[in-house]
Design a protein around this ligand. Sequence first.
Ligand code: P6P
Length: 289
Amino acid sequence: MSDAHADTDADPVSRVIETVARTAPEIRGGLAGRRRKADEQNPSGETQLAADVWADRLLEERLTAIEGVGQFASEEREAVVDAGEGALAVAVDPLDGSSNLVSNNSMGTVVGVYDADLPARGRDLVASAYVLYGPITTMVVARDGEVTEYVIEGDERRAVGEDLTLPDDPTVYGFGGRVPDWTDRFAEYAREIERELKLRYGGAMIGDVNQVLTYGGVFAYPELESRPEGKLRLQFEANPIAHIVESAGGASSNGAESLLDADPEGLHQRTPMYVGNADLVERLESAFR
Ligand code: P6P
């Protein structure tokens, strides 16, 4: 991987990012043959595909080998993996939106690099990233308050967008869950937004969030009547994405506060998730107050 961060004596955070970038083409290359269901469920009770298990194993093997990484956790594993001495804790969703594999739609890999033991607070993130397996493979990284987008082609990782920020004028929205299951207060907010923005919802958070980052707008997997805590996991999905969107000048919320301030209670805890342009997130929070 020819990249400024490729040198092996780079700091541990750079090496985590570099390792994920180098593993992405291998994950993508192995998807076609792994669309079948594995005979397991993940700790959140969701059916795993062979691709989920495989991507998880690849990332666990490589990320735990990095000096400085002390913990590894995955949406696909019950418990934290002890990786030996190291201040960093890496939390991954190896293949977010893997149900889109069967329908050949976008999916992603999400990575949060915390400098605290898991489960940790979003403010403890020192870097976050996602890989988007779309028509091309891209990677978005937030670190030190800056967001950079890369195109990954084979072993090349090329920066194509530096210091990314959400556009001021929002264009798109994507809201998960079934409409009849939305709470009244979210449904009322949704009705307002639907009159202002265009619907872009693909069923995989990374694809939907990347649209918001590109065009401006709001993504939500909201509180539901059947599931007030929402669906998405704080450690593996909501925190890293909130870190990226807030680093890009946007905002995040669990309905009451920034996701990055949410109390970490359990490794697989779920949270309602709202991210996007600051004024759209502020309108959500004031509608909920
Ligand atoms: P639904 C994918 O399974 C995922 O975890 C996220 O990527 C996505 O935003 C959400 O769940 C989709 O959930 O209920 O619309 O299928």
